[in-house]
Design a protein around this ligand. Structure first.
Ligand SMILES: C[S@@+](CC[C@H](N)C(=O)[O-])C[C@H]1O[C@@H](n2cnc3c(N)ncnc32)[C@H](O)[C@@H]1O
Length: 258
């Protein structure tokens, strides 16, 4: 399971690689075409959830990490009343969710499915999705399209991916990442993201977020979803809805009940 501690959850929204991801408009468009009534599983700090609610659409957000959901709750609390009224948050594991409510759209943006490591995790997660999907509902999610050259050459060396960056509270941080090991048989990369945080007059603090990332192949997703009673409607290779190709960075999947 992912390791989003309170400290790391506080840094999430200041990471430029996350803040500049081109997926928000895509998920807001999906929510708009569903007409609201969205469930986002793995909503994190609200990076997608808040713009969805600001666009006038109702959304329930679920996350298993207390740090992430509490940052999300703080951010929602600072929104105008009309936006707040469109949001409900739940701290819960998406694999065992039962809100006793169905939704027109269920989403898992930014690689949430890659935190579901084993086949049992994935089937439990997808069973939750199905439990919450209305008759004509859709489940939309994204995972990265595996870059085999990068997987084979993973060397465990820490490389900076974020230069020194200011935080809203006056501190600053820089960040590095490394792939410790790739377990090819399990299709899992062991990742570490390392944050170096500096506050004036204090020694630099090092926070390590270690997690496994399960990577998927396109046809594996089609089979997995079919086992869970879901059918693929469309697959894209980018958030501009271009077709999935060998060079695509993303696999974006739109599904419906089979
Ligand atoms: C990369 S973040 C994405 C957050 C948000 N969707 C976004 O786009 O910024 C992945 C999130 O998924 C959550 N997560 C992973 N597995 C989960 C599960 N089984 N149930 C609920 N949340 C989960 C993590 O706690 C984390 O907040």
């Amino acid at each position: 399971m992912s390791d989003y501690s309170f400290e790391i959850s506080r840094l999430y929204d200041s990471v430029p690689l996350y803040a500049t991801r081109p997926d928000v408009q895509f998920y807001v468009e999906e929510a708009r075409s569903a007409g609201g009534n969205v469930l986002e599983i793995g909503c994190g700090t609200g990076r997608v959830l808040i713009p969805t609610a600001r666009a006038g659409l109702t959304i329930d957000g679920v996350d298993t990490a207390s740090g992430m959901i509490s940052v999300c709750a703080e951010r929602v609390a600072s929104e105008p009343q009309a936006v707040r009224d469109r949001v409900a948050l739940h701290e819960s594991d998406g694999r065992h969710l039962d809100l006793r409510k169905s939704f027109r759209l269920v989403t898992a943006p930014f690689r949430v499915m890659q935190h579901q490591i084993t086949i049992d995790d994935q089937l439990e997660f997808l069973a939750s999705v199905k439990r919450h999907l209305g008759r004509d509902g859709r489940f939309v999610f994204d995972v990265f399209n595996p870059d085999f050259a990068a997987l084979v050459s993973a060397d465990g060396i820490e490389r900076e991916d974020t230069p020194p960056t200011s935080l809203p509270d006056g501190r600053s941080f820089r960040r590095a990442a490394r792939v410790k090991r790739v377990r090819f048989v399990e299709q899992v990369s062991e990742v570490e993201v390392i944050y170096y945080v500096t506050a004036s007059g204090e020694p630099e603090k090092r926070f390590v977020q270690g997690f496994d990332m399960r990577w998927y192949l396109r046809d594996e997703l089609v089979h997995l979803l079919a086992r869970a009673g879901l059918r693929v409607r469309s697959m894209y290779g980018d958030f501009d809805r271009s077709p999935l190709a060998d060079t695509s960075k993303e696999i974006i999947v739109v599904t419906e009940l089979a």
